[in-house]
Design a protein around this ligand. Structure first.
Ligand code: CXF
Ligand code: ZN
Length: 370
């Protein structure tokens, strides 16, 4: 069948909207009509060549929700008509990690930038017949996507698709980092550096965990205002040493219990580290360009302050656990989803959406398909 798709063909160039051919799902795959897909910064890093992928052309887009239209012969637990959220790391179910329920550690995870499906073959071709990859084994900047069942989580059908798409990446990344990585406790203090898609969800995760002081830091004033709506108790418009100083001032010179680095780790990690109290946690959720190969933390300072520096992908918990959990929190009014969406776009407006993200106008832009 044919599908309109946004193809990443050239580094630094806009994605190109083209008709591609989509093969039917293989035995363990499903065909999904994409209903909504978020404009996460990770795809933009790829477009700009900051995060390398193994092939082009490739359909980007990984923060998606939609409807199952067809299932392969060996698919279990998913049926035609099911509403689904796609996961940017597959949960193969067979590796040592998936067998423990740690799907965010799935052994197939390192292959998500390669291009082929989970089974190593391709389902997409361009009009010249050239194989087209699918970013994160999803490729959701398209009307339709064929994905392995390992990338699918079935959700309740009353959740609006634009909101459902958000729990595919940004929301679990941020909320999960607070709940499952740092394990923030009631009364603790939190610093969030960078209040974009991940950071704003760290803010609301900290609120959910009962943090008493939630300091939002960003250099875009509007994001500090938004952060207050999501639960931040303080806003700091500063970076570098000035950021550290401002946070120490707000915490009686002690620092926060937990700092979250949600933007540009090479420049924000040390200021966040130094704004953290002795024995505290520094959690990195943000991607770094491939060219950045080290972080600069004085080892003696690390030893003497006894802080922990941690990474969190997918919020450090299985998307299979988190997606239903987050939707339940939304349903009881504890989690903001609608408020995360600044603007919606058509599929052919993706480049404009990323220009808006770059200009700091969007918390989350979401492509909504008919
Ligand atoms: C990213 C998150 C950080 C590691 C690589 C993939 N995914 C989505 O934005
Ligand atoms: Zn993402």
């Amino acid at each position: 069948m044919e599908s309109l798709a946004a193809l990443f063909r050239e580094v630094g160039a806009p994605v190109s909207i083209e008709r591609i051919t989509l093969d039917p799902p293989g035995p363990t795959e499903v065909l999904v009509r994409v209903a909504a897909v978020g404009l996460c910064r990770t795809d933009y890093h790829v477009m700009r060549g900051e995060r390398r992928v193994a092939m082009r052309p490739m359909v980007l887009g990984h923060e998606a929700a939609g409807v199952v239209e067809e299932i392969g012969t060996a698919v279990g637990g998913i049926k035609t008509g099911d509403h689904v959220v796609l996961t940017f790391i597959p949960g193969c179910g067979n590796c040592r990690w998936c067998r423990q329920g740690l799907h965010h550690f799935c052994a197939e995870g390192p292959r998500i930038t390669q291009g082929p499906q989970l089974d190593g073959t391709y389902r997409r071709r361009d009009r010249e017949g050239v194989a087209v990859g699918a970013f994160c084994m999803i490729g959701a900047f398209a009307e339709r996507a064929v994905v392995d069942q390992a990338s699918v989580v079935v959700i309740d059908s009353d959740i609006p698709f634009d909101l459902a798409s958000l729990v595919a990446c940004g929301v679990p990344a941020g909320v999960g980092a607070v709940r499952y990585r740092a394990r923030v406790k009631p009364g603790e203090s939190v610093l969030v550096v960078g209040c974009g898609g991940d950071g704003m969800n760290v803010v609301q995760g900290a609120r959910l965990c009962g943090a008493s002081k939630i300091i939002a830091a960003d250099i875009v004033p509007a994001k500090l205002d938004w952060a207050r709506e999501f639960g931040a108790t303080h806003g700091v418009n500063a970076q570098g040493e000035a950021l550290t100083r401002a946070v120490l001032k707000l915490t009686d010179g002690i620092g926060v219990n937990h700092a979250f680095v949600c933007i540009d780790p090479p420049s924000t990690l040390l200021p966040a580290f130094r704004a953290t109290a002795k024995g505290g946690n520094v959690v990195v959720t943000a991607l770094t360009p491939d060219t950045v190969t080290e972080i600069r933390i004085p080892p003696l300072e690390l030893l003497l302050t006894q802080k922990a520096i941690m990474g969190a992908v997918y919020g450090f918990a299985s998307p299979r656990l988190q997606i239903p959990e987050l939707l339940a929190l939304y349903r009881k009014g504890a989690l903001k989803l609608r408020e995360l969406i600044t603007r919606t776009y058509r599929l052919d407006e993706i480049n404009r959406g990323y220009a808006d993200l770059e200009a700091g106008k969007n918390l989350r832009g979401v492509v909504v398909l008919d």
